[in-house]
Design a protein around this ligand. Structure first.
Ligand code: ADP
Ligand SMILES: Cc1cn([C@H]2C[C@H](O)[C@@H](COP(=O)(O)O)O2)c(=O)[nH]c1=O
Ligand code: ZN
Length: 200
């Protein structure tokens, strides 16, 4: 009989806008799994080389070692038979095949935790997130803070002039905005708050 790492697997989705804390939440869950002596592997798309080639890095500089891959199926080439938890960051950069990969991992008894954008810069559902939300057992929607008005933000405002859906970037290229302040077309950056309460 085939041996599964856990009695049962499942899929957890952490979604939301940019700067909403998806990566921080992924790192928190992975850390807790490691405290629990679970065998963990984390993957990220090679495309996301903003802060580091191999590490998953949050906007607040929390870091986690990961395996960079181009296509979701590569997870099976790297997967150790003992792995109990698989984390995937920036899941929106994988094609629709990541849905079947997550499903297969969960069916094998693996806890799958994926983090990614639910909307693109125009506020449209960012595939494959809608499909992942449909099949997940657990869904967490994170909110950032709108940099224009201070309300909860569920959208990512693009600041660079491009109509391509995929444009890798962080602060300077995007900012968090609520639905009232968000514009589907790229806009200028919101001027920063002049009062600096934090030491650098
Ligand atoms: N407008 C904002 N709202 C909330 N957090 C922000 C904002 N701008 C920067 N941050 C920082 O981003 C961190 C979240 O980073 P991260 O987990 O990488 O987000 P995500 O993966 O959702 O883009 C916050 O803890 C905070 O330090
Ligand atoms: C909205 C939007 C974002 N992106 C890119 C920009 C970043 O590289 C990632 C999101 O990173 P985060 O960890 O959620 O901050 O996605 C994009 O390519 N297209 C978009 O529409
Ligand atoms: Zn706003």
């Amino acid at each position: 009989m085939q041996q599964f790492p856990n009695d049962i697997g499942w899929i957890e989705v952490i979604c939301g806008s940019m700067f909403s804390g998806k990566t921080e939440e992924l790192i928190r869950r992975i850390k807790r799994a490691v405290y629990g002596k679970q065998v963990v592997q984390v993957f990220k798309p090679k495309l996301d080389n903003r802060y580091d080639e191999t590490q998953v890095v949050s906007h607040s500089q929390l870091k986690l070692t990961s395996i960079p891959i181009e296509r979701a199926e590569e997870i099976f080439h790297h997967l150790s038979p003992k792995t109990q938890v698989v984390g995937i960051d920036e899941v929106q950069f994988f094609g629709s095949e990541v849905v079947a990969v997550c499903e297969a991992l969960a069916t094998r008894g693996i806890r799958v935790i994926v983090a990614g954008l639910d909307q693109d810069y125009q506020g449209r559902p960012f595939e494959p997130m809608p499909q992942l939300l449909a099949i997940a057992e657990y869904v967490t929607k994170q909110l950032a803070i709108c940099v224009v008005c201070g309300n909860p933000a569920n959208r990512s405002q693009r600041l660079v002039d491009s109509g391509e859906r995929v444009v890798v970037g962080a602060a300077g290229a995007y900012e968090a905005r609520c639905r009232k302040c968000h514009r589907a077309e790229p806009t200028e950056a919101t001027p920063p708050q002049t009062l600096d309460l934090f030491e650098h």
